[in-house]
Ligand binder design. Structure first.
Ligand code: BTN
Length: 260
């Protein structure tokens, strides 16, 4: 299953050689962390915390106004993870920025997978760009927003409870079903935050690792299109765009969050 084929993407402007993720400036890492009992949304709290730190973390036990992608609400009962990691742009050179949505999904997968049996791990998959699925059902989602010098990555991770995905009512799963005890919440938060801060990978290895976690045989549906047509995911490029194939054989690059 060779998915990433550099020869198909030879027109991209940055070199094929692996590009590490060095900070643009050589200065000590400055971070802030805030753990709250309840909040409207950790996205807003993170905006208030952001000054000049390299990385920041806000987590909460519940949210009263949790936000999902495309303006949807994110149900936020106690027992699940609600966290936002702010990343200063000086930590986001262009190659890392391009693949950040995939990189974040990988951290989520790796941290979750490191806590389950091999059998349960085989049920954990990523859906482009960074939904975490367990046995085909959504288990976590990531909302990325831009705020001044920061990109804010909000993780909603079902640990103990699996509320239905808000509009559409798609069935959800939680990590407890995969064997992760609800008491692991704080360790998961810390693990994901550490993985983001320590990321030293290169685009090539992110693409390869990400592709290995996707269920390529599972058809996906295009949202925002009449009839939400079913397509097959084919490959992903160095910009993190997804190539999909329609039923009539035509192919199309998706550049944003188009899948149901
Ligand atoms: C999605 O719709 O898939 C993304 C959901 C992201 C939810 C998280 S919970 C923590 C952070 N705070 C929010 O209000 N939203 C994100």
């Amino acid at each position: 299953m060779a998915r990433y084929d550099a020869s198909r993407h030879s027109t991209f402007t940055y070199p094929n050689a692996p590009l590490p993720f060095p900070p643009a400036r050589n200065h000590p890492l400055i971070t802030s962390e805030l753990r709250l009992a309840s909040v409207v949304s950790t996205m807003d709290a993170a905006r208030e915390l952001a000054t000049t730190q390299d990385y920041l973390l806000v987590s909460a036990e519940t949210q009263s106004g949790g936000k999902g992608t495309r303006g949807r609400a994110w149900r936020s009962p106690p027992g699940n993870i609600y966290m936002t990691v702010g990343i200063h742009r000086r930590r986001l050179p262009a190659p890392r920025l391009a693949l950040l949505p995939l990189e974040l999904g990988l951290h989520l997968w790796e941290e979750s997978a490191s806590r389950v049996t091999e059998e349960a791990r085989s049920g954990l998959k990523l859906k482009w760009p960074n939904d975490l699925l367990y046995q085909g059902r959504k288990t976590a989602g990531i909302l990325v927003e831009s705020f001044g010098d920061y990109l804010m990555a909000g993780f909603g991770i079902n640990v103990a409870a699996a509320p239905e995905v808000t509009d559409g009512g798609a069935p959800a799963a939680c990590l407890a079903e995969a064997g992760i005890p609800p008491g692991s919440r704080e360790a998961l938060v810390e693990g994901i935050y550490q993985r983001i801060r320590a990321a030293e990978s290169d685009p090539e290895s992110i693409l390869l690792a990400w592709q290995a976690k996707v269920d390529w045989d599972r058809p996906v549906r295009l949202r925002d299109r009449e009839g939400s047509p079913k397509v097959t995911a084919v490959s992903v490029n160095r910009h993190g765009h997804l190539l999909v194939r329609h039923g009539n054989g035509t192919e199309e690059w998706l550049v944003s969050e188009y899948l149901l």
